[in-house]
Write a protein that binds this ligand. Structure first.
Ligand SMILES: Cc1cc2nc3c(=O)[nH]c(=O)nc-3n(C[C@H](O)[C@H](O)[C@H](O)COP(=O)(O)OP(=O)(O)OC[C@H]3O[C@@H](n4cnc5c(N)ncnc54)[C@H](O)[C@@H]3O)c2cc1C
Length: 475
């Protein structure tokens, strides 16, 4: 059963929501009035003044870029969406790595999806606020609550078609440079794929960056690894388990990818050891729920060092001879097209300074970032950020002064420090994503995120923690 008995009210709400999505019930009119947008008294806009129709460059046509394009168009702006790929979908466009010669690098492939990937969020929670990710909707082929990755791509494609967004996208066109001009405008240089020239430069009133942050691998530093004879690979370049047949594989990390990939590889490998720095001391056990007789799945402490004879030593002094180290260690924010004058820097995965993770105060609102937060439900968050950006650019929603925005950023950093969070957790939203979503919603005059979505997210998180091997089998 998906919910504990004690949460029967929430369960009824979920069932009702599922019925609504399946068209079996009529939607009740919302009882809660839309909150009034909160406008700041001290408004600050660098030139050119925001206005009803601006020419805007959106970089990327993944879920964030599509949400931005839709909201910017709805506000009456004229967005041009630059997309390096030949289709929309970003991360959800599954692709084999472009080259096997750089298994630790980005290898010119954007997507980090592996073939067996199913969503780790229930589809109901994942969808955009007014475009449900419903099983059985037009184009849907996988009705499961945690569908295969192709279903997400079909959904994003349907979203783009439904809101006429494809006509806004310049496919196979990469933005290579974004440069601030004197009048507060932005020179954007883009190049068609295969074009060897310097590209085409155009001037835009504002730039909205939606380039994703699951492409550039973050690698664990392992003393001695350069002399270790085994193979290293980052999860960005993992696709299928067959190449790991009969091998001893060490997976570094405790993320959703580490969980999935370890189970995937265990179907062919001789042994899979998960090195998790947060593992309880003295733990080295077969993982619960794993039944394969072909492979062993073990939990280990963090790696201490790697040796020339092929051994890998863990922090409890134990060691094993391994063939492969798989880094499931996350990704780095990267904006190679932004020059030095964009006023943001990236240090230890903090994109700095950004007011509410979106606007660099110095150049707000002419430069903005959609989609930086992680440990979130991404699509609704992208949508709410996009509504806010679109409203601010239209002059409908105000921003505080530059100094006030900087003050807010500093106060936020002080809070993180007090909590003992490292810099690289700046955009980690575990615990407060909905507070943030609802703040954005209030700014834009939109209702808060639905209570059923919040509850379903919480129940899913608890299921994943309590019954990791079973959590996707419910529904
Ligand atoms: C392995 C994995 C599993 C995930 N599972 C889930 C899940 O179950 N549920 C969920 O909701 N989310 C999941 N996510 C998160 C997922 O990344 C987000 O849902 C979302 O797709 C991110 O969208 P985005 O638009 O921010 O970035 P992306 O999808 O990465 O899109 C960015 C786009 O920008 C383009 N681009 C980049 N640079 C340039 C340039 N210079 N010029 C032109 N175009 C450019 C890229 O080609 C790409 O199309 C997962 C992510 C990963 C990596």
């Amino acid at each position: 059963m998906y919910l504990p008995e004690s949460r029967i009210d929430g369960r009824n709400r979920l069932i009702r929501q599922a019925e609504l999505m399946a068209g079996r019930r009529e939607a009740r009119p919302t009882r809660r009035p839309y909150p009034k947008p909160k406008l700041h008294t001290a408004l600050h806009f660098p030139l050119p003044m925001p206005s009803a129709s601006l020419r805007l460059a959106v970089i990327g046509a993944g879920a964030a870029g599509l949400a931005a394009a839709r909201e910017l168009s709805r506000e009456g702006h004229a967005p041009v969406v630059f997309e390096r790929a030949a289709a929309v979908g970003g991360t959800w466009l599954y692709a084999p790595p472009a080259t096997a010669s750089d298994p630790l690098g980005a290898a010119a492939t954007h997507s980090s999806l592996y073939a067996s990937l199913r969503t780790n969020l229930p589809r109901e929670t994942m969808g955009f606020l007014d475009f449900p990710f419903a099983a059985g909707a037009a184009g849907s082929e996988d009705p499961r609550r945690f569908p295969e990755h192709e279903e997400v791509l079909r959904y994003l494609d349907a979203f783009a078609r439904r809101f006429d967004l494809l006509q806004l996208v310049r496919f196979e066109t990469e933005v290579v440079s974004v440069r601030r001009e004197d009048a507060g405008r932005w020179a954007v240089t883009s190049r068609k794929l295969g074009d060897k020239g310097s590209g085409e430069e155009e001037v835009y009133d504002a730039v909205v960056v939606c380039n994703g942050h699951y492409t550039v691998p973050r690698i664990a530093a392992i003393p001695g690894v350069n002399a270790w004879p085994g193979k290293q690979i980052h999860s960005h370049n993992y696709r299928v388990p067959e190449p790991f047949l009969d091998q001893v594989v060490i997976i570094i990390g405790a993320s959703a990818s580490a969980f999935d990939i370890s189970r995937d590889i265990a179907t062919t490998a001789k042994e899979v050891h998960i090195a998790d720095r947060s593992a309880p001391v003295d733990t080295c056990e077969k993982q619960p729920g794993y039944t394969s007789t072909v492979a062993k799945l073990m939990l280990k402490l963090q790696i201490d060092r790697a040796l020339e004879d092929g051994s890998v030593v863990f922090q409890d002094g134990s060691s094993i001879k391994a063939d492969v180290i798989m880094h499931c260690t996350g990704y780095l924010y990267d904006f190679p097209f932004l020059g030095d004058d964009s006023t943001v820097t990236v240090d230890d995965n903090r994109v700095d300074p950004l007011y509410k993770h979106v606007f660099p105060p110095e150049v707000a609102p002419q430069l903005s970032f959609i989609g930086l937060p992680w440990k979130v439900i991404p699509f609704p968050l992208f949508e709410l950020q996009s509504k806010w950006v679109a409203g601010v650019l239209a002059g409908r929603i105000g921003l505080p002064s530059k100094d006030e925005m900087m003050g807010d950023v500093k106060a936020f950093y002080s809070k993180l420090e007090a909590r003992g969070w490292p810099k690289r957790y700046t955009h980690n939203f575990s615990n407060y994503q909905f507070e943030y979503d609802d703040w954005l919603a209030a700014q834009s005059g939109h209702p808060p995120v639905e209570e059923w979505r919040k509850q379903m997210y919480a129940v899913n998180a608890k299921n994943k923690k309590d019954r990791p091997e079973l959590s996707r089998r419910v529904g």
